[in-house]
Ligand binder design. Structure first.
Ligand code: NI
Length: 219
């Protein structure tokens, strides 16, 4: 990456930080920092274009579709404005916006395949932050934000077959582990992410095992 690109990354990072600082649903600035760092790490080991990877990581949640009544075009639109303001080339801008458009999880039965290596890297980084210990914390934070019950033994998980169904879901937070988080390990694109996902996945299984044992007063 050249010094000019480095400067752009810093300016975009400052702007995203200002916008997302203090956000309370688990999509805050520190989520972006973790995804950004992970994307740099995976992007380097996978030989991806790190300028595009870093920009997409920074801007991927600038306007998450889950917070705009299911409209997944808002994110790329806002990202485009930011990139144009900082005079990013049209080619890199298109690549970043394509990644943001394609990357979020939209239900167990909905395919979200990334076309480019850069997209795969950023999607993996975002998904790694949804699992493991951080994933557990973010899932409960998000559930609280949406006023969802933590767990209801009478409500079984449902495998959403469309984006709309997934968006409307009101299932308890624990169900989200079965509807999304435990599926992510097998949906990682890159070798680096697959390896990291193993340990995080195992931790979630242990966590759930304990949760249900404690729920039943067995331990
Ligand atoms: Ni994210």
């Amino acid at each position: 990456m050249n010094p000019e690109q480095q400067k752009i990354i810093q300016k975009v990072a400052d702007e995203v930080k200002q916008k997302l600082e203090g956000e309370g649903s688990g999509h805050d600035w520190w989520h972006i920092v973790r995804v950004w760092n992970m994307a740099k790490h995976i992007g380097t080991s996978e030989n991806a274009d790190t300028f595009v990877v870093e920009l997409a990581a920074l801007l991927h949640d600038i306007a998450d579709w889950k917070f705009h009544d299911g409209d997944d075009t808002v994110g790329p639109k806002i990202a485009r404005q930011v990139l144009e303001k900082h005079s990013v080339s049209a080619e890199a801008t298109d690549q970043v916006c394509d990644i943001i458009m394609g990357m979020s999880f939209k239900g167990a039965g909905v395919k979200t395949e990334m076309k480019t290596l850069e997209g795969k890297v950023v999607q993996d980084s975002d998904r790694l932050d949804a699992i493991g210990a951080i994933g557990v914390a973010r899932t409960f934070a998000y559930g609280g934000h949406k006023n969802r019950p933590m767990y209801d033994p009478n409500k079984k998980p449902s495998m959403h077959q469309s984006k709309e169904e997934y968006f409307k879901s009101e299932s308890p937070t624990i169900n989200h582990f079965y509807e999304k988080l435990l599926l992510l390990k097998d949906r990682m694109n890159t070798k680096t992410a697959k390896e990291l996902a193993e340990g995080r996945h195992r931790f979630m299984e242990e966590y759930l095992d304990r949760f249900f044992q404690e729920w039943d007063g067995k331990i």
